[in-house]
Design a protein around this ligand. Structure first.
Ligand SMILES: C[C@](O)(CO)[C@H](O)COP(=O)(O)OP(=O)(O)OC[C@H]1O[C@@H](n2ccc(N)nc2=O)[C@H](O)[C@@H]1O
Ligand SMILES: Nc1ncnc2c1ncn2[C@@H]1O[C@H](COP(=O)(O)OP(=O)(O)OP(=O)(O)O)[C@@H](O)[C@H]1O
Length: 267
């Protein structure tokens, strides 16, 4: 059985406070986009994991799919499977690629072995694998709060616009990004700001990670500026970076940006 985990972008991200457990409370809007991995499972005589496409850093045991298998195996008598992941979603990009794989893997196991889990139970498992994972179970635009794993549904449809995503040749680790951020309470919640017309987002909606990440990686600031020069209505780094997305009325001419970065369109 195969599925196609997709990436997300964060439209606005406010880190509001440090939590006693070392994590941070935040508020953000998660919006799914059409950059996909391919994830396949088949029955086998032993548990195995292989990947193709982009190289995934770290040990196989730490891959979120393997972690997901062991998590569900505690509660279900799962037979061994062979997992194949074709990695296409850029890594260290703030696109939640690993988290999407984890959530889609739980959904695959649920379907393949008819485990009978509803969304809430799958969300409870996904949350244990990483803060971003839970979003990808329902995979619909939401306002997220707490660790980024509590949600309010929102009505947001950007399909009338052209969304472009630029991945510069740098990677930012999530830990590094949280290390540089100064938490602060918000004046107006993103839940309200997201209701503004897209043309007003530039004045009101920000990503708190940009200050320190841009300082350490000025090339990312440059990408955002170039996207505004190309006519973007709104542009922002996604999550903890390094990717930057932009919303346009018409398909832009990205000229120079294309020669130094990976560019995704039609998202
Ligand atoms: C930056 C975002 O992508 C925004 O959507 C997420 O907050 C990151 O979520 P994630 O990658 O699923 O994060 P996890 O794998 O759970 O945690 C990685 C590290 O990020 C930090 N972290 C993550 C989420 C959060 N609300 N507060 C944190 O401080 C912690 O240092 C943690 O050790
Ligand atoms: N299936 C997976 N795909 C990619 N990375 C994985 C996966 N499983 C575990 N990882 C580990 O997670 C790290 C970052 O993954 P990911 O691509 O989700 O980060 P990101 O782009 O910073 O996303 P975000 O911070 O938005 O969750 C990788 O360096 C890798 O070690």
């Amino acid at each position: 059985m195969i599925s196609f985990p997709n990436a997300k972008i964060n439209i606005g991200l406010n880190v509001t406070e440090r939590r006693p457990d070392g994590y941070h409370n935040l508020e953000t809007i998660f919006y799914p986009i059409k950059i996909n991995d391919a994830l396949e499972i088949i029955k086998s005589d032993k548990l195995s994991f292989e990947s193709s496409g982009l190289e995934i850093p770290g040990r196989v045991e730490d891959n979120l799919c393997i972690k997901g298998y062991h998590l569900l195996k505690k509660d279900f008598d799962l037979p061994p499977i062979k997992i194949h992941l074709h990695k296409h979603i850029p890594i260290g990009a703030g696109l939640g690629g690993g988290s999407a794989d984890a959530a889609f893997f739980i959904k695959l196991l649920n379907d393949y072995f008819s485990l009978g889990l509803n969304d809430d139970r799958m969300i409870a498992y996904a949350r244990q694998l990483g803060a971003d994972c839970a979003f990808f179970i329902k995979n619909k635009p939401v306002f997220a709060f707490d660790k980024g794993d509590e949600f309010e549904p929102i009505k947001l449809d950007l399909s009338a616009y052209k969304i472009v995503l630029v991945m510069p040749p740098v990677h930012v680790s999530t830990g590094e990004a949280y290390g540089g951020v100064k938490p602060a309470p918000v004046k107006t919640s993103l839940m309200e700001l997201i209701e503004l017309p897209v043309t007003e987002w530039k004045q009101h909606i920000k990503n708190d990670f940009e200050i320190s990440v841009f300082k350490n990686h000025p090339v990312i600031r440059g990408v955002k500026a170039a996207l505004y020069e190309a006519g973007a209505i709104y542009a922002s780094m996604s999550g903890s970076g390094a990717s930057v997305f932009a919303i346009f009325n018409e398909t832009p001419d990205l000229g120079e940006l294309k020669s130094h970065n990976q560019v995704f369109t039609d998202l």
